[in-house]
Design a protein around this ligand. Sequence first.
Ligand SMILES: NC(=O)c1ccc[n+]([C@@H]2O[C@H](COP(=O)([O-])OP(=O)(O)OC[C@H]3O[C@@H](n4cnc5c(N)ncnc54)[C@H](O)[C@@H]3O)[C@@H](O)[C@H]2O)c1
Length: 355
Amino acid sequence: MDKVRLGVIGCGNMCKHHLTPLCENREVISEELHPYAERVEVHALADVSQEKADAFKDQYGGEYATTDPEKVFADKNVDCVIIATWHDTHAPLSLAALDAGKHVLIEKPMCMTEQECDDILAAVERTGLKYMPAFRCRFAKGARDLKREIPNPENTIAFARTGGIWPETIWAQDPIKGGGQILSQGCHIVDLMFYIAGSEPESVYATGGVFHHDSPEVIDTINASVRYTNGSVGAFLGGDGGTGNLMLHHPLACKCPFFVIATEKGKSGLAIDHGHDGRFEKGSAKDWTPPYEEKVYCEEMGADAAGGVPDILPHFARAIIEDETPIATEKDGARATRFILKCFESARTGNVIKF
Ligand SMILES: NC(=O)c1ccc[n+]([C@@H]2O[C@H](COP(=O)([O-])OP(=O)(O)OC[C@H]3O[C@@H](n4cnc5c(N)ncnc54)[C@H](O)[C@@H]3O)[C@@H](O)[C@H]2O)c1
């Protein structure tokens, strides 16, 4: 395959972050992915708003702009689609695209329910197409260092509490369209937690509830204790309620106070924000030299390159062209959604939930 011809579904905020580096400033893309960035060609653009689809076509090129994603799925000149729409449409659009024979890059969360997880896993298996949730933290520079330096942690802890409280009026806070901050945004850090732990969840016990919002349906606070199948343990603290900003600047030199911390036999490491920056500390480990004590990649290379979002689309293009497994798959997408749903179930019932 010479070119990967791309269909864009959802011409909003996040898609700009994927397409701008590809079409306008390739220098923020990692060097080794440049040959694949060059081979992605925007072919078709769809949004429920014709105006937004047209604006994207003006900015990023393409043959046509439409309000009908089905037209893009039916187009034999499209190899692959990126879906960056509201969360309740992720599963139906994914299934339609896969059934039409398109490789799919899906924004997070992959889907919102257990049934949707099952349906997507089955569709990927049935079609044999490439499917990747855009879990950006896996591409971030500090997170990559943490994965390399602490490959078998015995304790992996994730923090994803925001500064401020998400407004009731944004679509991501809507119980149907979005599912709230923990599913919408916490899923990044949940995915990074499992990626760093290198293991599946075995059980979770969570306390939590709705403390900052009007709607009783969307849990906004989760404090979860996690057991992984490889015998290691950890924790996830997620939600919105204003506590996150207490972590800003000191001790964390970052704009977003999220982190994942991991320890392994006298070594410990921290990936900060969505994995952008990193810190390491040597304890009793004998044969290990930390790569650095603190690295603020955001300052060295800028937040875009440090965060890794520009690498996502070229990485997926490489997976298609070279027939490789992408760094995140439908199994990772299903794990993150299921884990968060089980945290909610545990908080509601008071039970330890097994996977
Ligand atoms: N990776 C990240 O850091 C990050 C950050 C923000 C958002 N996101 C994710 O990106 C996705 C989009 O979020 P956003 O902030 O860009 O939202 P947005 O509202 O700016 O963009 C979504 C677009 O999808 C369109 N849309 C909705 N339903 C559609 C449908 N059925 N068919 C075609 N178009 C449809 C909307 O009109 C809108 O233009 C979400 O999954 C969100 O969680 C990821």
